[in-house]
Design a protein around this ligand. Structure first.
Ligand SMILES: O=C(O)CCC(=O)C(=O)O
Length: 271
């Protein structure tokens, strides 16, 4: 795994709110990730995430326009909790260190992982923000997005609005079926030039959870598979948003409680 970040890459991330790391995985590691992801998805029998009784083709109560959203991608969350190979992959402290170096935080916890499988002819992923969906509010949180197939203009590569993370807030514009709805909330970015992020399989990106981003439709008969994981800086507290937290755990939480449960949000790196 290519986990060494140059000062230039860190500087680019801090300026633009995203960075692409070419050849993050070796060809052998890419095969291991693909195998683990597909095995863990098969083991789920359609269950979207542990702790909630929701299947991948059902309304999860989190995203608007379920009928449309379920044809954006198959979204399976917290595979690390139900598959040991995924646990080894996702809890890798070298990735935690990359997140700490990019964001400047001391400790990094997993918020949730997710496989995002754009099926043939899938809908586009509308422009959206990530952090406002989550149960904590931290401007430094971020996901990694690892391409398991070549992500191209044709099959649904990511796009970012550079520097948008410096101005967006924790208000959630959602992710509906109108591609550009977010620009009604952030009119200052209506004229912005987007940055495309085509990637070879095994490359990855990190983006700030407050960077406006989206993805093309899949205009091909093939799959565009990605494995992602969102990271929460250590020390964050519950903001009242249920998001993906298991119902049983939610019942024990009140706003302001520290999110330090290692069974749900393991600490994968600390300086
Ligand atoms: O894979 C996609 O289409 C979108 C990914 C995304 O929005 C994310 O990883 O935050």
């Amino acid at each position: 795994m290519n986990t060494t970040l140059s000062q230039e890459q860190i500087g680019f991330y801090r300026e633009n709110g995203y960075v692409i790391i070419e050849d993050f995985l070796t060809p052998g590691e890419l095969e291991q990730w693909r195998e683990a992801v597909m095995e863990s998805i098969a083991g789920r029998n359609g269950l979207k995430m542990p702790g909630k009784n929701i299947n991948i083709n059902e309304d999860d109560g989190i995203n608007k326009d379920a009928d449309y959203f379920n044809n954006v991608f198959d979204q399976l969350l917290n595979l690390w909790q139900t598959n040991d190979k995924m646990k080894d992959i996702m809890l890798d402290k070298r990735i935690g260190k990359m997140v700490a170096d990019l964001s400047g935080v001391d400790g990094v916890r997993i918020w949730h992982d997710q496989a995002l499988i754009k099926r043939p002819w899938a809908n586009p992923t509308s422009w959206h923000l990530d952090t406002p969906f989550w149960s904590f509010s931290d401007r430094r949180a971020m996901p990694i997005w690892v391409a398991l197939d070549d992500a191209t203009y044709e099959n649904g590569c990511l796009f970012f609005i550079p520097q948008s993370y410096k101005e967006t807030t924790f208000e959630n514009p959602g992710i509906g079926k109108n591609m550009g709805e977010i620009f009604n909330v952030y009119p200052q970015f209506k004229q912005s030039k987007s940055a495309a992020a085509p990637m070879k399989a095994g490359s990855c990106s990190f983006h700030n959870g407050l960077t406006i981003h989206g993805a093309h439709a899949n205009m091909t008969p093939g799959f565009r598979r990605a494995m992602t994981c969102a990271y929460m800086p250590d020390g964050n507290v519950f903001n009242g948003e249920p998001n993906i937290l298991p119902d049983a755990y939610l019942q024990t939480l009140k706003v302001g409680d520290l999110l330090n449960n290692d069974a749900q949000n393991p600490l994968i790196y600390h300086k």
